[in-house]
Design a protein around this ligand. Structure first.
Ligand code: AVJ
Ligand code: FE
Length: 443
C-alpha cells in the first residue's frame, strides 16, 4: 500500500476504488464465461452476479447518490438487488454476460470518478462528508471480492489463483494467553470517517479482566479436539450445534479430508497436508463454541475482543488497529489476498496489540460469542439493508478480517456477522477465560 495515511481524503478514496477494481478483475479475468456463470455452491452467487452487483451499487450510490446524475443502468437495480433474489436463485436470472458486466463496471466507474473529482469532502451532506460514500463503495466492492474469493475456494478444478506463502512465525516462545485488564474502554467509533453504521457510535463499555489466547487456535490444537472424539460428544455442543452435527455428519473443518491416516485440505484447487501451525479456518460458530467448551474455555465476547484489539492502557484510549493508527502495512497483518491462506500462529509481531495478542487483524475472521446487535444510539446509514435488517439473535459476530479481507474493509471497530452454521467464510477463532479476582487491573 503506497498511499500515505495523511493523503487528502479524495486521493485515499480514489486509491481505494482503484485497488478494489484491480482485485475484482483479478478474481474474474482468470475464469472463462462458463465458470463465471456457474454456481459453484448454492451458498454463493455466480461470480458474474457479484461482478455486475458491484457495478450496480456504485451506479446507485456514487453516480446517482453522490453525483445526482442519471444512472448508467437503473433498469438493472432489481436484478442485482441482493434482497429481491436470494443467492441460490441467481443463476436462473437473465444476468449480464461477463463482457457486458465488465463494460457496465467501466462505464459506471468513469462517471463515479468524475463525481469524486467534483465532490467536496467538507460538504455537510453526510454521504459526501469525509468522502464517506466513496469509502463505503470501495469497501463494498472489497467485501464482494472476499465473497468471490470464498467462491473460488468452493470451486472444483485446477488452480487459477497464485500467491506467495505467508511469512513464518518468529521462533520466540509466546505465552499461550494474555491478560486484558478489567475496566471501562471505548467501543465503536464516532470519528472514523469511513466506519460503517453498525460500528457507531463510540460508547463506554465495562469489561472485566480476562485471559485471551495470544494467537488464533491452530490446526494442531483443533486436531486434538477431533482426536479426542469432540464431534461425537454432545456435552461440548450447543444444543442446536449438536443437532446440526448429527444431521449433517460434521466431523472436521470444511475442505478437510482424511486419507491414508492423515488429514489433507483442499485450498484453491490444491490438496495439501493440514499445516499444524496454521490457524484453523472454515469452522462454524458451533464448532468454535464446542472446541472452547472442550478446552475448558469459552469464546470471547465481542466487547472483549475489541478491548483486546484496541484498548491502550497507557493512554486509556482505543486505537484504530492493535498496533496503533498506521494504515495496515505488510508487516502488520495478513490482509488483502496477498496470500491464499493464514500465516502460522504467532506471525506478525509488529501487529501485536498492547496486551500482547497477535493476529487479531488479518489471517482468519474470529467468531465471538456475541449476537449481532446495534450499539446504543445506532442509526441506520445510509440504508437499513446494510446492517439493521440483520440485527437480532440469528447472526453471530466475527471480528478482525482474514487473509481475504482488504485493509480498507477492516479495522478494530469493524463488525462482520454470519449464521452460526456457516463455514465457507474464512473463519477461525481464539478462546478466552475469566480472570480470577487476583488478576491485575481493577474490574
Ligand atoms: C458484512 C460481509 C455480512 O456480504 O453479506 C455486501 C457485506 N453487504 N453487500 C455480506 C455486504 C452488502 C455483508 N457482510
Ligand atoms: Fe453487496
Amino acid at each position: 500500500d503506497s498511499t500515505p495515511p495523511d493523503a487528502p481524503v479524495r486521493e485515499l478514496a480514489l486509491a481505494a476504488l482503484e485497488q478494489a477494481r484491480l482485485r475484482t478483475l483479478l478474481l474474474t479475468d482468470c475464469l472463462d464465461e462458463a465458470q463465471l456463470a456457474a454456481q459453484h455452491s448454492p451458498l454463493m452467487s455466480p461470480l458474474v452476479w457479484d461482478l455486475a452487483h458491484i457495478g450496480s451499487q456504485e451506479d446507485i450510490w456514487l453516480v446517482r447518490g453522490a453525483g445526482a446524475l442519471p444512472g448508467v443502468r437503473p433498469d438493472l437495480d432489481d436484478l442485482y438487488d441482493a434482497f429481491r433474489h436470494p443467492r441460490a436463485g441467481r443463476p436462473a436470472l437473465p444476468l449480464l454476460s461477463p463482457d457486458e458486466a465488465r463494460h457496465y463496471l467501466a462505464e459506471v466507474r468513469e462517471r463515479a470518478l468524475k463525481v469524486l473529482a467534483d465532490s467536496d469532502p467538507e460538504d455537510e451532506n453526510p454521504l459526501l462528508n469525509g468522502a464517506f460514500v466513496f469509502g463505503m463503495v470501495a469497501q463494498h466492492e472489497q467485501q464482494h471480492d472476499e465473497t468471490m474469493l470464498a467462491t473460488h475456494q468452493l470451486r472444483r478444478g485446477e488452480p487459477v489463483l497464485f500467491a506467495p506463502d505467508p511469512p513464518a512465525a518468529p521462533a520466540a516462545d509466546l505465552p499461550a494467553e494474555v491478560l486484558v485488564p478489567g475496566g471501562d474502554f471505548t467501543m465503536g467509533t464516532s470519528t472514523d470517517p469511513w466506519a460503517l453504521d453498525n460500528e457507531r457510535p463510540a460508547h463506554r463499555v465495562h469489561v472485566a479482566a480476562f485471559h485471551l489466547d495470544t494467537m488464533p487456535v491452530t490446526n494442531a490444537a483443533y486436531l486434538e479436539f477431533i482426536d479426542a472424539g469432540g464431534y461425537r460428544e454432545p456435552r461440548w455442543w450447543h444444543p442446536l450445534g449438536w443437532e446440526h452435527v448429527r444431521r449433517t455428519k460434521l466431523h472436521a473443518p470444511l475442505f478437510w479430508q482424511r486419507e491414508g491416516g492423515r488429514w489433507l485440505r483442499r485450498s484453491f484447487g490444491r490438496t495439501e497436508p493440514v499445516a499444524p501451525e496454521e490457524p484453523v479456518v472454515h469452522v462454524s460458530w458451533y464448532e468454535a463454541d464446542a472446541y472452547a467448551r472442550w478446552a475448558g474455555r469459552r469464546l470471547p465476547t465481542e466487547a472483549e475482543w475489541e478491548k483486546a484489539a484496541r484498548h491502550d492502557p497507557d493512554t486509556g484510549r482505543s486505537r484504530t488497529y492493535p498496533w496503533g493508527e498506521a494504515q495496515p502495512a505488510e508487516a502488520h497483518a495478513n490482509l488483502g489476498q496477498r496470500h491464499l491462506g493464514p500465516a502460522p500462529a504467532g506471525a506478525y509481531p509488529q501487529g501485536a496489540a498492547p496486551a500482547g495478542a497477535r493476529q487479531l487483524i488479518g489471517d482468519v475472521w474470529e467468531w465471538t460469542s456475541s449476537d449481532f446487535t446495534p450499539y446504543p444510539g445506532f442509526t441506520a446509514f445510509p440504508y437499513a439493508e446494510y446492517s439493521e435488517v440483520f440485527f437480532g439473535s440469528d447472526y453471530k459476530v466475527l471480528r478482525g478480517g482474514s487473509f481475504g479481507t482488504a485493509p480498507v474493509a477492516v479495522r478494530g471497530t469493524f463488525r462482520n456477522w454470519d449464521y452460526p452454521i456457516r463455514r465457507q467464510i474464512f473463519a477461525g477463532f481464539r478462546t478466552a477465560r475469566d480472570a480470577g479476582p487476583d488478576a491485575r487491573g481493577a474490574s
